[in-house]
Write a protein that binds this ligand. Structure first.
Ligand code: GLP
Length: 233
């Protein structure tokens, strides 16, 4: 794995450049995308580039990592809505080419991903080491599935809801195995509350107690992390 430590602004720029170069080289690229606050700066860079340089997303397909269960996909805090607001509506992307794991049919995502291998996967990481919504204890062999969110994830994500009681307790997530199939992975992590999870990922043993440690054996993984997230390395 490659670890790049720099200021967030610079890392957002570098990550955006990777996507832009890929889309220019391969106009029908399959992009794996993440929600959460970590990729928002990168998405802003893509939007600016699209406005200025007209990078074309018409033939790109996107595959998001996860979605809540228990709220409709048009809910203001659903990941469908989040992606539309922070990225999709600003690019010339065909919404028919944007994909999420299905709330009523999780298994179909694994088949879809087999038929559409991801060229570049953008990832965040939970403070407890989760990736997508694969919480600690998830089997490394599981397939796209329903999951119960960890207490710490519900707490972390409550900042987006009026109260912690409004945070869904369940989700549907791309599996660890599916994530590992991506040709290239860029993981973004910023801030002190990610330091422990990043330290586990880089220096810890590979264990289902910290789902992100599965990435240790990915052949093409780059971590883009700031000084705070790197502070325990
Ligand atoms: C959520 C998402 C994850 C994301 C994580 C970190 O739980 N399901 O995919 O990586 O949040 O979020 P943030 O980037 O806001 O710290």
């Amino acid at each position: 794995m490659e670890v790049v430590i720099n200021k967030k602004e610079i890392l957002d720029e570098l990550a955006a450049k990777e996507i832009i170069e890929l889309v220019k080289r391969k106009p029908n690229a399959n992009l794996g995308l993440a929600t959460g606050s970590s990729p928002v700066g990168l998405y802003e860079k893509l939007i600016t580039d699209h406005k200025v340089n007209k990078t074309n997303y018409k033939f790109v397909k996107t595959f998001n990592l996860d979605e809540y269960i228990g709220i409709p996909i048009d809910h203001e805090q659903s990941y469908h809505t989040f992606m539309y607001k922070v990225l999709f509506k600003h690019l010339n992307i065909n919404l028919k080419n944007t994909n999420f794991p299905k709330q009523d049919d999780p298994k179909s995502y694994t088949v879809l991903l087999k038929n559409n291998p991801i060229d570049l996967q953008i990832l965040g990481i939970g403070s407890n080491g989760h990736i997508a919504f694969n919480e600690p204890g998830t089997s490394f062999d599981s397939t796209t599935q329903y999951v119960d969110l960890a207490e710490s994830t519900i707490k972390d994500n409550s900042r987006f809801f009026d109260s912690i009681d409004d945070v869904p307790k369940k989700a549907v997530t791309m599996s660890l195995k599916d994530i590992m199939m991506a040709e290239k992975i860029i993981l973004l992590a910023f801030g002190k509350n990610k330091a422990e999870a990043i330290n586990q990922l880089v220096n810890g043993e590979k264990t289902e107690d910290c789902p992100a440690t599965i990435l240790q054996t990915h052949p093409n993984l780059t971590l883009f992390i700031d000084e705070d997230a790197a502070s325990l390395l």
